[in-house]
Design a protein around this ligand. Structure first.
Ligand code: DC
Length: 245
């Protein structure tokens, strides 16, 4: 996180939730809603570090695959999330990523969007112990510095006292179009229909899980982004950020 912000490491105690002394901004939304791109650009504009928490769930998923941990074994997944040494930093220039992540000293960022990770991440992020371990780390990071944090539960669970909570939404058709274009840019060939079906599956798992389901916080500002360009959404979010401390 920023050059000065040290990486993060799992710690034993859960820091208290409370209003931090510095400004923190939560950007939540469903898969392919644009939250990571908008969050990163907002952070850039404000000169804040940006944390894309989806990449942290992806990193635990990657580690589970590399170590042969079963995605149905909640206990083993929880232990993995608690004990791997995960460090988050700014994205490498021109990587097209929003953050970089290393596990036990090895940069794994380029592996985090692998199809097998994409397929399993919703299952791994359902596990309560995994969420607890990652939420603890996310709160520690936000406790140290002003920042923009993007995810699914930032406004509801991770930073309930955030200075600004934005929730981005778009129809599933629009999100499928965006995700398909993103995959094409990365050279991944898959039809838009398959992307749409996968988004529908992930939406269902993310919003029906019993712990921290995907939903807008009661005090979040919801922006429906269908028909809006990325720049238009960003302008709106910057205006909102300008309006809070
Ligand atoms: O935003 P993304 O597609 O990179 O997120 C990957 C997965 O992580 C997604 O299936 C939901 C999960 N996730 C979560 O449960 N909570 C967060 N704060 C961020 C992501």
């Amino acid at each position: 996180m920023g050059d000065s912000a040290a990486g993060l490491e799992a710690r034993a105690s859960l820091p208290k939730v409370g209003r931090p002394a510095h400004r923190v901004i939560a950007v939540d939304g469903s898969a392919a809603s644009g939250k990571s791109t908008i969050g990163r650009r907002l952070a850039e504009k404000l000169g804040y570090p940006f944390l894309d928490t989806g990449l942290m769930y992806r990193a635990v998923t990657l580690a589970s695959r590399e170590r042969g941990v079963d995605t149905n074994d909640d206990t083993a997944l929880t232990r993995l999330a608690e004990f791997i040494r995960m460090e988050v930093g700014p994205a490498a220039p021109h990587s097209g990523e929003t953050c970089s992540i290393s596990i036990d000293g090895k940069d794994v960022t380029s592996q985090l969007r692998r199809p097998d990770v994409e397929d399993a991440v919703s299952l791994v992020s359902r596990v309560p112990g995994v969420r607890e371990a990652l939420v603890r780390q996310q709160r520690e990071i936000a406790g140290r510095q002003a920042m923009v944090m993007a995810g699914r539960d930032i406004g509801t669970v991770v930073l309930p006292d955030a200075d600004l909570k934005v929730y981005l939404d778009a129809s599933i058709g629009e999100r499928a179009r965006r995700r398909h274009a993103e995959f094409s840019n990365r050279g991944r060939t898959v039809t838009e229909l398959i992307v749409l079906e996968d988004l529908r599956r992930r939406d269902q798992i993310d919003s029906e899980r019993p712990i921290s389901p995907l939903r807008a916080a009661d005090d979040a500002i919801v922006i429906e982004t269908d028909g809006l360009s990325q720049d238009e959404v960003l302008t709106r979010v910057i205006q909102l950020a300008d309006g809070v401390r």
